[in-house]
Ligand binder design. Structure first.
Ligand SMILES: C[S@@+](CC[C@H](N)C(=O)[O-])C[C@H]1O[C@@H](n2cnc3c(N)ncnc32)[C@H](O)[C@@H]1O
Length: 180
């Protein structure tokens, strides 16, 4: 899929994508700067979309690390599988709230999310928080991009420590919440 086809997929599914454009390189760089990839063996991404964050993760992760990318749009999944054919990148066309079903009891070192949480129904959203907390290792981090600071109070129901960061170098400007 070229850039305009990817954007069309984003626009035509606004109620589930929740964005008018994909994350900027500056936002991705800042989000990923909160993770130390050295030694991380299992990494999860929630909401792969066009692969802008996936690309950044793939560039940074160890050769023997495994990346699981959750995405509910079949068109995005098909594209992600083409762009990331590596054996250690697994595109999972399923909702993020089923994360535990794919981990074989293992814990992730990092979970990176660009899910449009404000648009996800409350009960599903809380399952995503709960399962993400349960699926990340004690020393790991759940790192979320979002456009509303208010989400911090929802994360606080599940994570004991939340650091926030902000960047204007994205449209719209975005928060990054680093939770553990
Ligand atoms: C805001 S877009 C982010 C796309 C890309 N990662 C980026 O940063 O530009 C959110 C993505 O999450 C996907 N998504 C929405 N709800 C989801 C869910 N419950 N599970 C997995 N993916 C979901 C959407 O289809 C969309 O591709």
């Amino acid at each position: 899929m070229n850039k305009s086809t990817l954007l069309k997929e984003l626009f035509t599914n606004l109620s589930t994508t929740g964005a008018v454009t994909f994350s900027s390189k500056a936002l991705v760089k800042k989000m990923l700067s909160f993770a130390d990839f050295k030694g991380a063996k299992l990494i999860v991404e929630l909401g792969g979309g066009d692969g802008s964050i996936t690309q950044g993760i793939v560039e940074r992760m160890d050769a023997d690390a495994v990346l699981l990318v959750f995405e509910i749009s079949q068109n995005f999944c098909t594209n992600l599988e083409k762009v990331f054919p590596q054996d250690n990148v697994h595109v999972i066309c399923d909702s993020a709230e089923n994360i535990d079903q794919y981990l074989d009891g293992k814990k992730a070192d990092f979970i990176f999310s660009s899910l449009p949480l404000s648009l996800i129904p409350k009960s599903n959203r809380h399952q995503i928080y709960k399962k993400s907390k349960e699926s990340v290792s004690d020393s790991g981090k759940f790192i979320q991009i979002c456009y509303s600071y208010a989400l911090k109070f929802q994360f606080a129901n599940h994570f004991s420590e939340i650091k926030t960061s902000f960047t204007l170098k994205n449209f719209p400007p975005a928060f990054i919440m680093v939770c553990n």
